[in-house]
Design a protein around this ligand. Structure first.
Ligand code: PDD
Length: 291
C-alpha cells in the first residue's frame, strides 16, 4: 500500500505531499510536533499527546483552528487510509507560510501535517532482553527543551554521534554533570530498588512514556524518585533505563563503554517490562511477540 500524508485537510500520496517554501516550520523551526505510537491500528496514550501538543501550541501562541475531536478524526482517517497496524503517527503544526520575517506574521495560518510510517515495536522485545549501549555528550540544546519543537539540530547531531559509536542513544549531560535526557528518550537509573529520573523542568521533555512508567511503577509499589542524577551516579547505578514512544522501556547496560549492573538487564527492568507492555496491551490489544 503506498504511503499517504495529510497536509492541511488533504490526504495525498506521501511523494506528492508538499508544504510551502516559506513555511515557518522549514525556515525557522517555528513548529511543534508529536510522535504517537499506533499498535493494532489504535493510538497509544492519545489524550496525553494531545494535551502536550495543546500546551506547546499555547506556549508559542500558535492558534490551530481545529478541535481535539476533529484532530483525532483526521489522525484516525490517515491511519486507516495508510493501512498500517503498527506504525508511528507524526503530527506537526507550524505557524504557517508567510513572507520571511522573524517576528510573527500579522495573520498567521498555521499548517498541520501528519504522516504515518510502519514501525516494528516487536524489535524492542529483543533489545530489551539484551539491553542497549549509550554514549554521553554535552547538552548543547537551548534552554526550553520542555517544549516539543522541531528545532532538533542538537538532538540530530547527538543521535548521529551515537549511531557512529554503535550506540542506541546519547545521554545529554549539563555543565554541572547532571544527566538531562537522551537525544530522543528520557533517562533513568535504578538504585536500591528505586527508579530515579530527572524532575520535570525546562531541561527535559515531559515524556509521555516517562509519565506512564511513573504511574505504572507506583501502582506496583516500586519507589519512583524524580530528582537530578549525575553521570557519576549513573555509572555507579544498579541499573539504567530509557523510555520513549518508540522505545517504551529499554535497559541501558553500557554507558560510554562502562558496564552497568554487570552489563546485563537487571531485576527492576524485568519487573517493569511486563507492566509497560501490559498497559500497551490494555490500551490497544497489541500483544508483544515472545523474546
Ligand atoms: N522523541 N526526550 C526527547 C528529547 C524526545 O525527543 C522524546 C521523544 C522523549 C520521550 O518522549 P515520549 O515518551 O513522549 O516519546 C524524551 C520522539 C519519539 C521523537 O522525536 O521521535
Amino acid at each position: 500500500m503506498p504511503q499517504l500524508a495529510y497536509v492541511d485537510g488533504r490526504i495525498s500520496l506521501l511523494r506528492d505531499a508538499h508544504v510551502h517554501v516559506e513555511d515557518r516550520g522549514l525556515q525557522f523551526a517555528d513548529a511543534v510536533y508529536e510522535v504517537c505510537a499506533v499498535l493494532n491500528g489504535r493510538l497509544l496514550d492519545w489524550p496525553a499527546h494531545i494535551a502536550r501538543l495543546r500546551r506547546n501550541l499555547a506556549a508559542l501562541f500558535i492558534d490551530l483552528a481545529l478541535s481535539d475531536a476533529a484532530l483525532a478524526l483526521q489522525a484516525r482517517r490517515l491511519i486507516a487510509a495508510n493501512g498500517q497496524a503498527e506504525a508511528l503517527l507524526y503530527i506537526q503544526v507550524s505557524r504557517g507560510a508567510a513572507r520571511r520575517d522573524h517576528g510573527f506574521p500579522a495573520s498567521p495560518r498555521p499548517s498541520l501535517i501528519m504522516t504515518v510510517r510502519r514501525f516494528d515495536f516487536g524489535q524492542r522485545i529483543a533489545q530489551q532482553a539484551r539491553g542497549i549501549a549509550i554514549i554521553t555528550l554535552p547538552d548543547l540544546r537551548w534552554r526550553r527543551v520542555d517544549m516539543k519543537t522541531t528545532g532538533l539540530l542538537a538532538n540530530v547531531l547527538a543521535k548521529q554521534d551515537a549511531r557512529a559509536a554503535g550506540a542506541f542513544e546519547a545521554w545529554l549531560v549539563g555543565e554541572d554533570g547532571i544527566v538531562h535526557e537522551g537525544g530522543s528518550t528520557n533517562a533513568w537509573i535504578v538504585k536500591d530498588g528505586a527508579i530515579i529520573t530527572h524532575p520535570l523542568s525546562a531541561s527535559i521533555l515531559p515524556g509521555i512514556a516517562r509519565a506512564s512508567l511513573i504511574a505504572l511503577a507506583r501502582s506496583a509499589q516500586i519507589v519512583v524518585v524524580e530528582r537530578p542524577f549525575s553521570l557519576d551516579e549513573a555509572l555507579a547505578a544498579d541499573e539504567a533505563l530509557l523510555t520513549s514512544t518508540t522505545a517504551p522501556l529499554l535497559p541501558v547496560v553500557r554507558i560510554d563503554g562502562h558496564a552497568i549492573g554487570g552489563g546485563t538487564p537487571g531485576p527492576v527492568a524485568a519487573r517493569l517490562a511486563p507492566l509497560v507492555w501490559g498497559e500497551i496491551t490494555r490500551q490497544t490489544g497489541w500483544v508483544p511477540p515472545a523474546a
